[in-house]
Write a protein that binds this ligand. Sequence first.
Ligand code: GLN
Ligand code: ZN
Length: 762
Amino acid sequence: MQIHNLGFPRIGAKRELKFSLEKYWRGELTQTEFLTECKERRQQNWKIQFDAGIECLPVGDFAHYDHVLNTTLLLGLAPTRFINTHDDSVEQNNAVDLEFRIGRGQAPTGCQCAASDMTKWFNTNYHYIVPELSADLLASNSVTNSDNLLNQLNEAQAITDNRKVVLLGPITYLHLSVTGDERKLALLPALLTRYQALLTQLSDAGVNWLQLDEPVLGLELDSAWQQAFTQAYQQLEKGNLKVLLTSYFASIDHHIELIKDLAFDGLHIDTVAEHTDVQSIIATLPDHWIISLGVINGRNIWKTDLVSVYHKVQPLYRQLGERLWLAPSCSLLHSPVDLAQESKLDEEFTSWLAFAKQKCQELSLLKAALVDEKTEQIILYSSPALARCVSTRIHNDKVKQRVSRLTLSDFTRKESFDARKVAQQKSLKLPLLPTTTIGSFPQTGDIRQVRAKWRRHEMTDQEYTRLIQAEIRQTIKRQEAIGLDVLVHGEAERNDMVEYFGELLDGVAFTQFAWVQSYGSRCVKPPIIFGDISRKKPMTIEWANFAQSLTDKPVKGMLTGPVTILCWSFVRDDLSREQVANQIALAISDEVVDLIDNGIAIIQIDEPAIREGMPVKQSQWQSYLDWATAAFCLSAAKAPAATQIHSHMCYSEFNDILPAIISLDADVLTIETSRSNMSLLDAFDSQAYPNDLGPGVYDIHSPNVPEVAWMVGLIEKAQKHIPLEHLWVNPDCGLKTRAWTETKLALENMVIAAKTLRNRIR
Ligand code: GLN
Ligand code: ZN
């Protein structure tokens, strides 16, 4: 038996990779210096794994920017707009710069050009760069190039001979790509030619094991994709390579028939994501295959109860002996690097946790217990994991009772939308095509400074309040001058929409260094939901009251929804996600009630992440959506008819979950649409959107100021799908990453666009 790893966090315990990248992009490192730092990073990452007891090290999991983008470059499939075809000198088409041009949107001339799209990697919060495939590109004379990968294999030899190459497999790669007009599967033969070239290069170079990742197996592939899978692996010749087919994030029991007759040498099974019948899988597979079991959760931060894992694995070890490998469930990319850095968590809390390095150590403890048939060590190790579940710190009976007493009526507004609309119009008296924004306004360096100083206790609470209030005053004045109808306070007090609420909730903890990569150089530090959740005290009332006191126009109270808080956190594993979502929803509901009591007439509950929480398997989508939308409804349901509830969504396409979005029953939904040229609205032709809708009329990700005529055009387009009296006018998302100059001009144009249309109608 050996223990191996599928991948390790690239960023480094102190986010070293992030800082190297940003220095290189700013021109503060030469490319040679940058590459040297990356090489050191890889050595360090392998060393941590090796020292923790991992025997077979992964090579090829490291990426400067993203591993799917790496695959694109390995295959020689960079989209042509990023390549200088006139000048093929080394500098012009330098592979490292090409990589960043694709991720960050730069043409070879240095000008801006559309970056390749970026989207969520399965159901994680990691974003990959979407491959752009076409028959032309695949037929072009660009070549596959495994030099980098093979160099890294050599680098790792400094640590051990026992290494395997990690590669994203062709079916997953194709599935994750976008194509022009072509059917994806029509491109498979040409893609396989490239994969074949790559496999041959690896085999010729003497690579022993190849970990071929095909996480798409966790989906319910239709027959065409199933056939494609079989066809691909019947055709590909692996030469001298031994191939470990690897899947994660979901069970693959339903596709075992597809796999079992193909020429693989082993299978990695994620045993923690979902129930999987390992025994029957093993019985179905050829008896020379390696069985790799993913037994440690690779994407959370909890210490594993190794004793219970031991009891599950021990019979399999007896049965399989050397054929058994043990690993984390998936790449550790999704887990922070090293718990040892955390100095502010108390001892008990720390004893509940394990980050990537500790997860590797868990595997080696487990192996020792299995080999020696001794459980003392793992019993000792696991006792805090068991203690956590019964700790008084995580249980709050009041919260549990509140959730258990919920009835259907707690999840629904009392009045119908039509009745609410009448009541709201009576009190709010908004014009046709009301204008608003999504919540945040530009977060200048000054604002960040103020927050940082206050956090470091370098500023009194009074001083902090005074400065944030000054910012709110400015923001309200500016919105009035621009002529917006529904105002916001601007969110200057928030660093992050989840962190802000997390810090004010009981049952949520924060770390100092538990960063995980989100995309490129961007990392996030998710809160840890460890216990029953309740509100310590009002969370937004002071700021909301202050903002509303400055103007006669309505100012929206601004909250983050329960599903988004859940999706962007590390969540306890001793309670269902549904239950946790309901607990958060009740805390948000308490805030809603307070806002209403304070005279706030419009409340926005943001749910940008609702699409992200979807399970891998489509057959499970509906039950997720049922409880997720219910949690949102629970947070809003106490609002009386005259209180207008808004919600906001972005970052995803929502076309395929419209019924769920409708069932949120928000009075107004503002939603990202401008990047897709309002394509979402087409979906409303078959299923009318019953409430008010604000399809974003400009993309806040770009500093370009949208023209009036462009926005008028978009609103007119929207009007073909949504009745005029239901339409709102707003940008795509919050404005916190923008500067005031362009924000002011853009919003002025947006207001003119709305007025132009109002005048036409009159
Ligand atoms: N209210 C938030 C903001 O404007 C919403 C952010 C988001 O949609 N991600 O910043
Ligand atoms: Zn948004």
